[in-house]
Design a protein around this ligand. Structure first.
Ligand code: ADP
Ligand code: ASP
Ligand code: MG
Length: 459
C-alpha cells in the first residue's frame, strides 16, 4: 500500500485533476490511499476572507467568497460531474459565508473558527476528485479526516495523536479499503479530543500523508508536487537549482525546518520511526524519478546538499551588563516567549553573557518585546538590563548536508563566501545537529547570499 499526496497546484484546476486521475489509475496496482490539499490559492483565500470579515470589509469578503465559489463550480462543470455535487459543495460555501458574517458582526475571530474555515478547501476538493474517479469507473469515496484524525488542541498547528486516530481509522476507513475501495482523504485537518476541527499548520497535508503512512504501515509515501523533487535550493530564487536523487530523513527535516517549502517541517517524524521511504514526485513530469528520502546510510563527506532560507523574521536581543552572573535570566526570557506561543527559530550564542539573542517570526515580534519589557521591568529600572532590542526584516540562511558533520572547514568556506560577496552576517546559530550551518542576514541580502552560496558550494 502507498499513500499518495497531491499538493495544491497538483489539483489546482480541472486539467490538473485529470492528470492526477491519470496518475492514480497508473498506480492502482499499488493500492494507493490518496490525500489531497485544497485547490491552489483556496486556503489562502479562506484565510484572507476571514481577515476581511474581521476588519468589517463586507465587499472584500463577498468578492473572495465569489472567487472560491466560481473556482469550484467551474471545475465541477468542466469535469462534467453530477450536478448534485454543486449543491453539496454549495453547503460548504454557505457555511463559510455564514461564519464570515458572524465574524463581521463580532469583529473578532478565534483560532478555532479560523481552523474550521480554513479546512473547507480540502473538504470541497476531495468530493470533486472522488466524484471524478467515480465517473472514470473507479470505486472511490471521499473522507473528511476529522472523522478519524485526532490531534492536540493547538489550533493552527496541531499534532496528530496516534492511538486514538488509529482506532478510529480502522473503524471509519478500513472497511472501505478492505472492500477494495479507494479512499480520497482531506489533508491538513483533524479534530481535537473535544471535537473541534483543527489544522496541522500551513502545508500540513504532507503531515496527514506521512501520518497515514505510519498508521497503515505503508510501503512508501509519495508526495506529488510541482517540482522535480527536493532541489539544491528554492528554484524560484536559484534557477540553476537541480533536483537531488536521494536524501536522508534528517537532511529533509533540517531543510524543511529552515524554510524549504517542499515538505512540512514535522512531516518526516512519522516515517523516521518506521523507516518508511518518501518520494517527492512532479505531477507535471510524472515519469521523472524525483527524490527518494530514506534513513540514508552512505554519508558523502563534506558535501553540502542544499541551501535554504526563511524571510520576514526579527532578531530580538536582550542586553545589559547587569545580566552577567544573575541566574535565571535566560530561563525567564524563554519562558516569556513560550507563554506567548511564539516559536524560536534560532538562538545565537554569545560567550560574554551580556546578551541573549534569538530569532522569531516578524509578526510575533512586537508582542514579545512588550511582554519581555514587562517581565524585566524591575531589572530594566535597575539598569541591570538595558533593554530589549528588535531588528526587523532579517532572514535565516541554512546550508544543509549530513556529510558536513565532523568535516572541518565548511563553516570557514561558508563565511569566506559571504565575506567575499559583501554579505553582512548578523548572527550565527548555535549549531547542534551539525547537519547544518545557519546564520542571520539582512532580508534584502537573501537572494544574493543564497545564489552565491549555491554557486560556490554546489554548482
Ligand atoms: P504543494 O502545494 O505541492 O505542497 P508547495 O508549494 O507547498 O507545494 O511546495 C513546493 C514548492 O516548494 C516548490 O514549488 C518550490 O518553489 C518550493 N521550494 C522551496 N525550496 C525548495 C527546495 N529546496 N526543493 C524543492 N522545492 C522547494
Ligand atoms: N491547503 C493547506 C495549505 O495551503 C495545506 C496544504 O496545502 O498542505 O496550507
Ligand atoms: Mg506544501
Amino acid at each position: 500500500m502507498i499513500v499518495m499526496k497531491f499538493g495544491g497546484t497538483s489539483v489546482g484546476n480541472p486539467e490538473m485533476l485529470r492528470r492526477v486521475g491519470d496518475i492514480v489509475i497508473r498506480y492502482l496496482h499499488e493500492k494507493p490511499v490518496v490525500v489531497l490539499s485544497a485547490m491552489s490559492g483556496v486556503t489562502n483565500r479562506l484565510i484572507e476572507g476571514t481577515e476581511l470579515a474581521e476588519a468589517g470589509n463586507r465587499d472584500g469578503y463577498l468578492e473572495t467568497y465569489e472567487s472560491i465559489r466560481m473556482k469550484h463550480l467551474e471545475t465541477i462543470r468542466e469535469l462534467g460531474l453530477d450536478p448534485s455535487l454543486e449543491s453539496e459543495i454549495g453547503d460548504f460555501l454557505n457555511s463559510v459565508l455564514n461564519l464570515w458574517k458572524a465574524i463581521e458582526a463580532l469583529g473578532e475571530v478565534t483560532p478555532r473558527a479560523l481552523d474550521l474555515i480554513s479546512s473547507m478547501g480540502e473538504r470541497m476538493v476531495v468530493r470533486i476528485f472522488a466524484s471524478y474517479l467515480n465517473k472514470l469507473g473507479i470505486m472511490a469515496k471521499s473522507f473528511d479526516a476529522d472523522e478519524f484524525l485526532i490531534t492536540t488542541d493547538t489550533h493552527g498547528n496541531a499534532c496528530p495523536i496516534y492511538k486514538e486516530s488509529k482506532e478510529l481509522f480502522h473503524k471509519k476507513v478500513m472497511p472501505w479499503l478492505e472492500k477494495g475501495g479507494l479512499a480520497v482523504i482531506t489533508g491538513f485537518l483533524g479534530r481535537s479530543k473535544n471535537g473541534r476541527v483543527t489544522t496541522l499548520g500551513r502545508g500540513g497535508s504532507d503531515l496527514t500523508a506521512t501520518f497515514l503512512g505510519n498508521l497503515l504501515d505503508a510501503h512508501e509515501v509519495w508526495i506529488w508536487t510541482d517540482v522535480d523533487g527536493v532541489m539544491t535550493a528554492d528554484p524560484r530564487v536559484v534557477p540553476e537549482a537541480r533536483p537531488l536523487e536521494e536524501l536522508s530523513f534528517v537532511e529533509v527535516a533540517e531543510l524543511s525546518y529552515y524554510g524549504a517549502k517542499v515538505m512540512h517541517p514535522r512531516s518526516l517524524l512519522p516515517l523516521m520511526e518506521k523507516d518508511i521511504p518518501v518520494r517527492i514526485l512532479n505531477t507535471f513530469n510524472p515519469d521523472f524519478p524525483g527524490t527518494i528520502i530514506t534513513r540514508g546510510t552512505k554519508r558523502q563527506r563534506g558535501v553540502v546538499k542544499s541551501i535554504t532560507y526563511i524571510k520576514d523574521l526579527t532578531l530580538l536581543n536582550v542586553t545589559g551588563r547587569g545580566m552577567l552572573g544573575i541566574p535565571g535570566i535566560a530561563a525567564r526570557v524563554f519562558k516569556t516567549v513560550s507563554e506567548k506561543g511564539a516559536n524560536i527559530l534560532m538562538i545565537s550564542q554569545s560567550s560574554s553573557e551580556q546578551n541573549i539573542c534569538f530569532v522569531v517570526k516578524q509578526r510575533e515580534a512586537q508582542n514579545l518585546v512588550d511582554s519581555l519589557k514587562k517581565e524585566f521591568e524591575l531589572e530594566i529600572y535597575r539598569r541591570d538590563i538595558e533593554g530589549v532590542e528588535k531588528l526587523d526584516d532579517v532572514a535565516i540562511i541554512s546550508v544543509v548536508g549530513a556529510g558536513m558533520r565532523g568535516t572541518p572547514g565548511i563553516a570557514g568556506r561558508v563565511f569566506t563566501i559571504t565575506g567575499k560577496n559583501g554579505i553582512n552576517v548578523i548572527a550565527i546559530a548555535q549549531g547542534s545537529s551539525e547537519y547544518n550551518i545557519s546564520f542571520v542576514v539582512d532580508g534584502r541580502e537573501v537572494e544574493k547570499a543564497v545564489k552565491s552560496l549555491h554557486r560556490e558550494l554546489i554548482e
